[in-house]
Design a protein around this ligand. Structure first.
Ligand code: ZN
Length: 295
């Protein structure tokens, strides 16, 4: 099983080669043993209990400006779940596809990554599909080293790949592709009844005899406490109160040219007002608290 995967994919397995270099330094680890798994290199703040990726740098303080803690380097990111996945083409005129994904890691942060080895599992490119961190072989550098990057792959368990969904449609027309191809019916055959979108109704629509009144349909959600009152024509709509506590002092609009009143600062007013000293004057010596010392 692993062997088939190994041959077909661009996945790099730790231990495959010793001549291996990361695409970027300090972003992920490359284990030397096949029994070990790669990890992302990130930061962790003990105060906020939060992970960051890529890492915030050595001796860096927490990502949050209000947090004074410095972060520590941590290895993490082995497992997560898809939040969303997006299939794109490598280039405009290429049929080669790649999948970029937003992943929620088990450690509680979301990251962007691309997926590998999703071929045949297009139907699992949906939210909540589990993913795991892997390494992807990109190319060889001038020294013959394998250049690898981190990527994620779907955890498919014992789910079977499905290739019935065309991977590369022939010359795609404009717009969203049809979900169901057009089937031409033999002459005289009746067209199948088209099922509407969504879950079938629990209670089929009952056609009412003519003249009968249709039952009042209750809207979704909790019924209104105060029913909407329709106003007679010409009546003024009641003034809608804004959200929150009403102002103690209503905003007074000042006549043009008038000076705005001096706003009093918060808290108890000073007992001794701060006197502005003339320039050059010495600041008076401030007496310490409590009874003066006996000499
Ligand atoms: Zn913090």
């Amino acid at each position: 099983m692993e062997d088939i995967e190994k041959k077909e994919s661009k996945r790099f397995f730790p231990g495959d080669s010793t001549n291996v270099v990361p695409l970027m330094r300090d972003v992920f680890t490359i284990p030397t043993s096949s029994r070990k798994r790669p990890k992302l290199i990130g930061s962790f703040c003990k105060e906020c209990e939060e992970h960051f990726f890529p890492k915030t740098g050595s001796k860096a303080t927490c990502y949050y400006p209000s947090c004074p803690r410095s972060t520590t380097e941590v290895m993490f990111g082995e497992k997560g779940k898809l939040l969303s996945a997006n299939v794109t083409r490598v280039s405009m005129d290429s049929t080669q596809e790649r999948v970029s994904a937003v992943i929620m890691l088990d450690e509680g942060i979301r990251i962007n990554s691309h997926l590998i080895d999703w071929e045949g599992f297009r139907y699992l490119l949906i939210p909540d599909t589990p993913v795991e961190l892997v390494l992807e072989k990109l190319n060889e550098d001038e020294n013959g080293n394998s250049v690898v990057n981190y990527a994620y792959k779907l955890v498919t368990g014992n789910k079977k790949p499905r290739y019935d969904i065309p991977e590369v449609p022939v010359k795609r027309g404009r717009g969203r592709p049809r979900k169901h191809p057009i089937v031409e019916l033999p002459e005289g055959a009746e067209a199948p009844v088209k099922r509407g979108r969504g879950r079938p109704r629990k209670h089929p629509i009952v056609e009412l005899p003519e003249g009968a009144e249709a039952p009042v349909k209750r809207g979704r959600g909790r019924p209104r406490k105060h029913p909407i009152v329709e106003l007679p024509e010409g009546a003024e709509a009641p003034v809608k109160r804004g959200r929150g506590r009403p102002r103690k002092h209503p905003i007074v609009e000042l006549p043009e040219g008038a000076e705005a009143p001096v706003k009093r600062g918060r808290g108890r007013p000073r007992k001794h007002p701060v006197s502005e000293l003339p320039e050059g004057a010495e600041t008076p010596v401030k007496r310490g608290r409590g009874r003066p010392r006996k000499k």
